[in-house]
Design a protein around this ligand. Structure first.
Ligand code: ZN
Length: 452
């Protein structure tokens, strides 16, 4: 049982709300209720977001790539450094980093994560005894933290547009279609040990890292569940795909695959108004990663056109350079304001930007992760976050201003409690396994630095 002084139920605020949680689901919601002894009592209860895009291992190199050397740094120079760093990682280190990342996500208010998992092999590309060894490491990290996991094994076959061979730095990612399908099978066999809300999807890495035939082959073998793809993060990617396939990436994908609500298009950054409109109408989720997109110099999303067309969206922490739900949402809005020289951009018509961003990302994130979540209602998964509305950043605000306060003025430390499918993993602002997870992480990083 959870008792909240106030809670957001769908679009409406309610007071004195008591929830019954059973088998990870919200079984009942009573408004105007009285608390009972034994209830978990919280101040303000919200649906918790799913973080729809993460490469957990990149967390360990945060802060290492902000130094300018001769020449102009770009996404592509960052990627070279990332490849060199990644080459050192061992399976226990990958597990320890993922556990830290998942814990930090929960403490920031996320209940679930889509782990876009593309490091599969040993340095140089040698296979582990179980081709899905590193997927199982991600599962172990999810088990330690209790986060809701949507695991997204990545098909990464080519080094660039036009079926270019993998570079040395990419050999840990590479699989043929057959190997990839075997990897997904092996990973799927490990799901039995995990909570029933765990999902497995697929992720063709990008159009540049696959081919039209390979893409068709993996889609043909995929019955249902999330499909994620990086789509148009960089102008060079758009130019390369257009030269190879004769169309811009989003345009090509919409015309060559059955894009629907199962799909999540990550970094649809460089898209025309026509592509934006068509993508919104497809039902797919736009996977936006504003902090990483700012950090890498990717560019802003075409927000006003997309929202105007009713497009679904969610957010992801991607490179995990800084895991902050509040900063992720506010960076999304600020990227639009800086481009458009305007205020209150990410809302269609009139209304609260904070409410639009938070509730939109809650529903879109849940859709992208294949989770029956995103709002507080009976029959939904109990992905819940409680915040403290008496915090100085929020205490002056009426209920219908709280999400504006959360997005624009608060820090993540207003989060007091998080439940991932009913698992109460954050209490009093701390993850229940914080000390052991941080201790293991520090040990893993010391080993890693010694090896460099
Ligand atoms: Zn990514």
């Amino acid at each position: 049982m959870i008792f909240a002084k106030q809670a957001l139920l769908g679009e409406v605020w309610a007071e004195d709300v008591r929830l019954t949680v059973q088998d990870g689901m919200i079984a009942s919601v009573d408004v105007g209720a009285k608390p009972s002894a034994g209830d978990a009592r919280v101040d303000t209860l919200l649906p918790a977001l799913g973080n729809l895009h993460s490469h957990s291992f990149q967390r360990a190199m945060a802060g290492m790539t902000e130094y300018r050397k001769a020449g102009r740094d770009s996404f592509w120079t960052w990627r070279d450094l990332m490849y060199r760093f990644m080459d050192r990682l061992t399976p226990p280190q990958i597990e320890a980093i993922a556990a830290l990342v998942f814990m930090e996500m929960q403490e920031a208010g996320y209940a679930a994560v889509g782990e876009f998992h593309y490091v599969h092999h040993q340095k140089g590309g040698a296979r582990y005894g179980d081709i899905a060894e590193l997927s199982h490491r991600i599962f172990a990290a999810a088990s330690q933290t209790g986060i809701g996991l949507t695991h997204l094994p990545v098909l990464y076959t080519y080094g660039g547009a036009g079926q270019v061979a993998l570079s040395e730095g990419q050999l840990r990612f590479g699989n043929s279609v057959d190997e990839f399908l075997a990897l997904v099978d092996s990973a799927g066999a490990g799901l039995g040990d995990l909570p029933s809300d765990t999902q497995i999807g697929i992720a063709p890495h990008s159009l540049r890292a696959t081919s039209p035939d390979d893409l068709q082959a993996v889609l043909a073998g995929h019955d249902s569940g999330p499909i994620h793809i990086h789509i148009a993060e960089q102008p060079k990617e758009v130019v390369d795909i257009e030269a190879w396939l004769g169309a811009r990436p989003v345009d090509w994908l919409l015309n060559n695959a059955s894009i629907n609500r199962d799909w999540c298009l990550i970094h649809a950054t460089h898209i025309t108004d026509g592509e934006t409109q068509a993508m919104a109408e497809s039902g797919a989720v736009a996977g936006l990663c504003p902090i990483t997109e700012a950090n890498l110099g990717d560019g802003p999303f075409n927000g006003p056109t997309y929202l105007g067309a009713g497009g679904a969206f969610g957010v992801g922490s991607d490179s995990n350079v800084n895991i902050s739900l509040t900063e992720e949402l506010r960076t999304l809005e600020y990227s639009q304001r800086l481009r458009d020289l305007a205020r209150n951009v990410m809302v269609a018509g009139e209304g609260s930007v904070g409410h639009t961003l938070y509730t939109g990302a809650a529903l879109g994130g849940a859709q992208a992760l294949g989770r029956n979540a995103g709002e507080i209602a009976a029959g939904r998964l109990a992905d819940l976050v409680a915040i403290d509305s008496s915090d100085p950043s929020l205490c002056a605000l009426a209920p219908d201003q709280i999400l504006d306060g959360l997005v624009f003025t608060a820090k993540d430390n207003v989060v007091t409690d998080v439940w991932s499918a009913g698992r109460h993993m954050v209490k009093g602002g701390r993850h229940v396994a914080r000390d052991s997870i941080v201790g293991t992480y520090r040990g893993a990083i010391a080993d890693l630095l010694e090896s460099i």
